[in-house]
Design a protein around this ligand. Structure first.
Ligand code: RIB
Ligand code: CA
Length: 313
């Protein structure tokens, strides 16, 4: 499957990239960076260095927008992902030049060149996707589907009580993406906070080959952050879970296709993803064909599948 990855590496983004490269059915055609965990330029450099680490320097990286649609980038999440975005780990620097166009421009060009084939995986703020929709209003009809890691339907947020980081960083962009008419699957905190790596998984990565061990060193920073939430060294698997929903390796067991709107106001709910779930009490919850497919659960624990893929890098 032909994939465009829009990301803000980001430690869990790095896991998702490793997972995609280890998956035999994925043709990763292009990576676009976006500000989020770090600024878009650093995210692009991290993506290029990760591709060098994973042995795929040939995959192009396009630099995305630094600022969000309605406000400037304001510093990212160094307390979660480290000052360089990947846990302070220094990687062998990739040397390939970045793509000539912006992430949004390169996404539009790729979609036009392979109409109906492209699967878009967005695991950062949705700024580039919104800009790409502005560049080409036909983009939604050219893309096979879109999988987004972001939001919180019934679960609390992670940057405010109501909002998840990717959506909170650019609510206006998320609102545009959810309203564009393409086939969107949302993988929110409702699902991703319950798929975790534990101490044993980290130990296995650190004892693995150089690629797995580098990911393990990045995870040590991520574990430090998540210990305060889970009470033990561990981490959520936000972005790699979204990648596995895209590939189908994470089999979705509970989801609802419903309208999802985003609070783009300036109040305490800014960035909240409001899913129309009031029908969920009926014997058969109504499906809305034009809605967003909101994933709540997968059939089997994802961590063992992910660990096996990363150890094989
Ligand atoms: O809220 C988690 C999401 O925000 C993940 O994609 C993480 O990498 C950050 O971008
Ligand atoms: Ca991310």
């Amino acid at each position: 499957m032909l994939v465009y990855l829009d990301c803000d590496p980001g430690i869990d983004d790095a896991l998702a990239l490793g997972y995609l490269l280890a998956h035999p059915d994925v043709e990763l055609a292009l990576i676009g960076s976006v500000s989020g965990n770090t600024d878009a330029a650093t995210a692009a450099a991290n993506a290029r260095d990760l591709l060098e680490l994973f042995g795929h320097p040939e995959i192009p990286v396009a630099v995305g927008r630094t600022d969000f649609l309605s406000h400037p980038y304001s510093g990212g999440a160094p307390h979660v992902h480290g000052n360089n975005g990947i846990g302070g780990v220094q990687l062998p620097g990739g040397a390939a030049p970045f793509a000539p166009g912006s992430a949004a421009e390169e996404l539009v060009g790729l979609a036009r060149s392979r109409p109906g084939e492209l699967h878009v995986l967005a695991i950062g703020p949705l700024t580039n996707l919104a800009v790409a929709l502005e560049i080409d209003p036909e983009l939604a009809s050219l893309v096979a589907d879109v999988v987004v890691m972001g939001g919180a339907a019934l679960a609390p947020g992670n940057v405010t009580a109501a909002a998840e980081a990717n959506i909170h960083n650019d609510p206006e962009a998320a609102a545009a993406v959810f309203a564009a008419g393409w086939d969107v699957t949302l993988v929110p905190l409702d699902a991703t906070m319950f798929q975790r790596f534990e101490q044993g998984d980290l130990d296995a990565l650190l004892a693995g080959g150089p690629r797995a061990a580098a990911l393990g060193r990045m995870l040590e920073t991520y574990y430090a952050f998540y210990t305060q939430h889970f009470g033990r060294p561990s981490s959520a698997l936000h972005d790699p879970l979204a990648a596995a929903v895209l590939t189908g390796e994470a089999v979705v067991s509970r989801a609802s296709r419903v309208p999802v709107v985003v609070d783009t106001g300036d109040g305490p709910g800014r960035g909240q993803t409001i899913a129309e779930l009031r029908g969920r009490y009926r014997p058969v919850a109504p499906e809305h064909p034009e809605g967003v497919r909101v994933v709540f659960d997968i059939a089997d624990p994802f961590a063992p599948q992910l660990l096996a893929r990363l150890l094989a890098l």
